[in-house]
Design a protein around this ligand. Structure first.
Ligand SMILES: Nc1ncnc2c1ncn2[C@@H]1O[C@H](COP(=O)(O)OP(=O)(O)OP(=O)(O)O)[C@@H](O)[C@H]1O
Ligand SMILES: [Mg+2]
Length: 354
């Protein structure tokens, strides 16, 4: 929709807003007067009026779930909206279960862990599963992969697509790609381009792999920490705003750093409180022998801390049981029926952590 449809926005202001990255009515409706003013140079009071007019347009649209801009809802309406979030299957029964049904829309889900933990592999799999029909746990929609590490492998996406019964070429074509070379590129991409891209392409999954790597490398030393946190905070804030205003799921990956403690050392996610408070769901991944991995829900609004097990294979991630973790050999991909049987076992043995 043309921004000049917003009351109080003429061609000149529309240009200023576009140049500042506010290319959709939603992006304006969901911003704060202060941010809009600082980014576009439009006085704060005018920005407030523009936001109010944009909200009226968004409210009149029927199709936003998380993005409804009603300030105070009755409990009944709130329940209806908050319970209407959709989930994207991870393709793993165990992981879907501990996530309450899969990766949720209108939220930011973080997977953190050391190198080789399987973060990128999960992102690849989700780019495929989001395309599955709804009855199979997908949203029948394309994905956008924002890559900061150049680790996306389209051949692997094709193999995973084949396993899930999708046309490998079509499925891989439906994974849009953006390479963010440094933190500034990532910041600009999320702040200025993402809104329009997800709207125009009907994207329902945005992956940022990795959210923190560039910030960690570029902002060294204590003195640059406040600026780093401020920039990262803005990226996470924008991602959540986009997730809510477009009813889509955002998945980010994060690295860890080692910290000495009483028991030797622990591995903590990068980004401190900024990332911890900014994301909605937080899962930790850790490596085990061979291709076996463990995923744990560390923080989630209404989910208990649980763990589950999976293995990395050429056809994507597969469920494994706790017993498999002590296998002397890597766990191989098995055909559909065996996977189904294994998934049932996984469901039975689900362990609730203290
Ligand atoms: N076909 C396969 N079979 C078994 N294991 C595989 C296969 N392909 C990749 N892997 C394993 O997956 C791991 C890499 O996983 P992934 O790239 O998801 O890690 P990551 O958590 O993203 O790490 P980083 O922090 O380095 O980005 C490696 O240990 C690799 O050996
Ligand atoms: Mg990776």
């Amino acid at each position: 929709m043309d921004l000049t449809n917003i009351k109080g926005v003429g061609p000149e202001k529309a240009k200023k807003l576009m140049n500042a990255g506010y290319s959709t009515v939603e992006s304006i409706a969901f911003s704060s007067p202060r941010d809009l003013s600082m980014d576009s140079g439009i006085p704060e009071e005018t920005a407030r009026q523009i936001i109010a007019s944009a909200k009226i347009i968004v409210r009149s649209k029927e199709n936003t779930k998380g993005g409804k801009l009603v300030e105070i809802l009755s409990g009944k309406d709130a329940k209806k909206i908050l319970n209407s979030m959709e989930h994207i299957t991870t393709g793993l029964k165990g992981l879907d279960n501990i996530l309450g049904g899969g990766v949720e829309t209108c939220a930011v889900t973080e997977f953190y862990g050391p190198a080789k933990a399987g973060k990128t592999q999960i992102c690849h799999q989700l780019c495929v599963t989001v395309q599955l029909p709804k009855e199979k746990g997908g949203l029948e929609a394309p994905a956008l992969y924002i890559d900061t590490e150049r680790t996306v492998k389209y051949d692997h996406i094709k193999s995973v697509a084949e396993r899930f019964g999708l046309d490998p070429d079509l499925a891989s074509d439906n994974v849009f790609y953006a390479y963010a070379m440094n933190s500034e590129a990532l910041f600009d991409m999320v702040h200025k381009s993402l809104d329009e891209v997800v709207q125009n392409r009907g994207i329902k999954l945005v992956v940022v792999d990795c959210l923190t790597g560039h910030f960690r490398a570029e902002y060294c030393g204590r003195e640059s920490l406040p600026l780093r946190q401020q920039k990262m905070n803005r990226v996470i804030h924008d991602l959540l705003r986009i997730a809510v205003s477009h009813d889509l799921a955002v998945v980010v990956t994060n690295q860890v750093h080692s910290q000495p403690d009483l028991y030797g050392k622990s591995e903590n996610p990068i980004g401190g409180h900024t990332v911890a408070h900014g994301v909605t769901f937080r899962l930790g991944l850790s490596t085990r022998k061979h291709n076996m991995r463990v995923a744990t829900v560390v923080d989630a609004p209404a989910l208990p801390p649980k763990e589950t097990y999976f293995a990395i294979t050429a056809k994507g991630l597969i469920d494994i049981t706790a017993k498999d973790l002590s296998s002397k050999e890597p766990i191989e991909f098995s055909e559909a029926k065996e996977i189904e049987e294994k998934a049932e076992k996984v469901e039975e043995e689900e362990a609730v952590l203290d």
